[in-house]
Design a protein around this ligand. Structure first.
Ligand SMILES: Nc1ncnc2c1ncn2[C@@H]1O[C@H](COP(=O)(O)OP(=O)(O)OP(=O)(O)O)[C@@H](O)[C@H]1O
Length: 253
């Protein structure tokens, strides 16, 4: 059973070196989250506040909102990368977070070693992780580079390897933001097909994007975030219509 249940969750970031008045004022002007004074007059950014959200199998959920509204932070709560500062997040099912493809990869290791490393991080045995190598090597078209350290790769090669590794295992829940576009991978059709297959087999998809076209392609439901809060939730088209009327974020304090 795959599910995401978030109850009254908040995420605060404490900014330790923002004591100076001018920097504080600068932050106030720029962020979409809510800025306040923490303990000892530290500046805190409330990236998320009072989030209540349940995501069930079959949901293809879009996260919509202006820059700084809290979409990436919410995805990171769902991935387990961020623990809510208040409230709770309960995630059931195997999660694949395609938010930072190269996370955990080591540039001093070879492509082959990085594939195995990621597999072991995912909880596989060495034998199972080694078994993934041929398919990922074939997909990423690294050829002889597979045996060279990743620091010798071009940025496109790094991305192809990271994408190949990140999409090698089918998860129950996929978390995605628009950082990944098949165009960046360099072989558009092949990458898109691989990603689409993985997305269609997942029980839950959560996608943050500013592109209505992308959201329409993949999502059936949406939440609209504003300054760290969910301000609307419902069918995708309703939320897209609502979001187009959204005022640009005003700094709050
Ligand atoms: N590591 C961090 N430290 C301090 N503040 C942060 C951090 N990460 C995010 N924030 C703040 O939290 C708020 C929400 O940011 P978040 O990245 O979740 O927004 P977003 O909706 O994904 O924006 P975008 O569409 O620009 O990617 C913003 O005010 C941002 O400045």
């Amino acid at each position: 059973m795959a599910s995401i249940i978030i109850q009254n969750a908040g995420v605060d970031f404490v900014i330790y070196n923002a004591q100076g008045r001018s920097l504080r004022n600068d932050i106030l002007r720029r962020v979409g989250g809510k800025v306040g004074k923490g303990e000892g007059h530290r500046v805190t950014v409330q990236a998320l506040r009072g989030i209540d959200l349940t995501v069930r199998p079959g949901d293809r959920l879009a996260l919509v909102g202006h820059n700084g509204a809290g979409k990436s932070t919410l995805l990171r709560v769902m991935s387990g990368a961020y623990e809510p500062s208040s409230g709770s997040a309960t995630i059931e099912g195997k999660v694949s977070s395609l938010l930072d493809l190269t996370m955990g990869m080591d540039y001093e290791l070879t492509g082959r070693q990085n594939i195995v490393l990621r597999g072991v991080f995912l909880g596989m045995t060495f034998a199972d992780a080694n078994a993934m190598v041929p398919e990922i090597a074939d997909f990423s078209e690294l050829g002889a580079y597979l045996e060279l350290p990743m620091r010798t790769y071009s940025s496109g090669m790094v991305l192809r390897l990271a994408f190949g590794v990140s999409t090698a295992v089918q998860p129950d829940i996929i978390l995605l933001d628009e950082m990944i576009s098949a165009g960046d991978i360099g072989f558009v059709e092949k990458a898109k097909k691989r990603l689409d297959e993985m997305l269609s087999r997942a029980r839950i998809l959560v996608l943050a994007s500013h592109s209505p076209a992308t959201l329409r392609q993949y999502c059936n439901r949406a939440v609209l975030l504003r300054q760290g809060q969910i301000v609307a939730e419902g069918p995708l088209e309703d939320i897209l219509a609502r979001s187009s009327d959204e005022p640009a974020d005003q700094p709050a304090n």
